[in-house]
Design a protein around this ligand. Structure first.
Ligand code: S3P
Length: 428
């Protein structure tokens, strides 16, 4: 659906954002293969994590879903059941890639697919290491879904795998498969990616000559533990940028996750001159959380965003580009080729919408660069069916002079169903 987006120069409010998407997926998967009952509070009720819940139900797991509290009746490592139909990951890459690690270790065949966007996304990155572990996984010739899993002829065995690209999804798929493998599976990371899986599994990464090694011992049954899901920093990022670029804003976003592998965007925005402070910092369920206070600021683009920081800010690059569009100087992103393999080609999508703002953009294979000059007073944005593109440029629309339009705005339901209402609740 198309959505009209009115400009707003005064933003005030004290809000919370829904639960972390990455942690919500993992809590459901880990609860399903634990022994005992897992209580998840703060669960993200949005299309993506609901896809994980539905897949787990098909695998025979009983799940009682309340508003934001859900109960998983864990089946232990070896009692998932053969589903009666193909598993549907919807739009969710996290569901497909992480669940593949679990499916590879089952003694029954399964098939998993997804929507028109997900079936185009690369799956070779998980299929290859899973095959190295002995899994019988089949994909389309292009290395895409549907994926078919057959019982591994001689069971899964441990591998030591150096990640060729920084990816928490690939790392997690291997660690989850490692739970079903014989021996100790090791994942070696040269660039850190989000570490929720290892934290939630209680694993201790070891630093070894500039790389991080995460080891998981196969066959170990785990007892259920409760999970308290913090507010999603990636969702908070949209409101933080909205407040920074508004003429007159002061907002508080409460209880957001401050895991260091996720909040590189706060450093980027602070370096740009953003007035951002963190209050009430505390640790809940092993994750640092806090309240973020943001005031309107005059932003200045700094040097190129490239190298090691990219994995940390990968989901926030679209909204950082929006901050860059309302700042002085050159904004540049490099080394972010994987952005082309997200829910849509996010490099192309960001460049398209920046151009719709009247900005001349240089597009590279692995990024983009621009220096904002004169911004249009209103425009038509395209979400390309991608939730983060819709939300990022929904924020840009607030900072224009007249009403704009977002095409296909409903895709925010993937990660943040009340996004538009919450954004409008800040407008004064
Ligand atoms: C995620 C990892 C990232 C991120 C995605 C969620 C996760 O993907 O972009 O939104 O929960 O592990 P990659 O592992 O492909 O970088």
């Amino acid at each position: 659906m198309q959505r009209a987006l009115r400009p707003a120069s005064v933003l005030r409010g004290d809000i919370s954002v829904p639960g972390d998407k990455s942690i919500s997926h993992r809590a459901v998967m880990l609860g399903a293969i634990a022994n005992g009952v897992t209580e998840i509070t703060g669960f993200l009720q949005a299309a993506d994590p609901i896809s994980t819940v539905n897949c787990m139900r098909r695998l025979g797991v009983e799940i009682d879903a309340g508003e934001s509290r859900i109960i998983i009746h864990g089946k232990g490592l070896h009692s998932l059941m053969k589903p009666d139909a193909m598993l549907d990951a919807g739009n969710s890459g996290t569901t497909m890639r992480l669940l593949s690690g679990i499916l590879a270790g089952q003694k029954f065949p399964t098939m998993i697919s997804g929507d028109k966007y997900l079936v185009k996304r690369p799956m070779k990155r998980i299929v290859e290491p899973l095959r190295q572990m002995g899994a019988d996984v089949r994909s389309r010739a292009e290395g895409t879904a549907p994926l078919e899993f057959y019982p591994a002829p001689t069971g899964l065995h441990a591998i030591r795998y150096e990640l060729p690209i920084p990816s928490a999804q690939v790392k997690s798929a291997i660690l989850l498969a490692g739970l079903f493998a014989e021996g100790t599976t090791q994942v070696v990371e040269t660039t850190p990616s989000r570490d929720h899986t290892e934290r939630m599994l209680g694993l201790t990464p070891v630093q070894d000559g500039g790389v991080t090694v995460i080891s998981v011992v196969g066959g170990t049954e785990r007892a259920a533990v409760p999970f308290a899901v913090p507010g999603d920093p990636s969702s908070a990022a949209f409101f933080i940028v909205a407040a920074l670029v508004a003429k007159d804003a002061e907002i508080v976003v409460r209880s957001i996750g401050l895991n260091p592998t996720r909040i590189g965007f706060l450093d980027v925005l602070t370096r740009m001159g953003g007035a951002i402070t963190i209050d009430n910092e505390r640790v809940v369920g092993g994750e640092r959380i806090g309240d973020v206070v943001v005031k309107s600021s005059v932003l200045k683009n700094q040097g190129p965003l490239s190298g090691g920081i990219i994995a940390n800010i990968i989901d926030e690059i679209p909204v950082l580009a929006v901050a860059g569009a309302f700042a002085e100087g050159v904004f540049e992103v490099r080394d972010a080729r994987d952005l082309r393999a997200k829910e849509c080609d996010r490099i192309a999508a960001v460049c398209h919408n920046l151009r719709a703002l009247g900005i001349t953009v240089e597009e590279y294979e692995d990024g983009f660069a621009f220096e904002p000059k004169r911004i249009v007073s209103s425009t038509v944005f395209e979400s390309f069916g991608d939730h983060r593109i819709a939300m990022a440029f929904g924020v840009a629309a607030l900072a224009l002079q007249e009403e704009s339009v977002m095409n296909d705005a409903d895709c925010v339901d993937i990660s943040f169903p009340p996004f538009w209402e919450l954004l409008h609740s800040l407008i004064h």
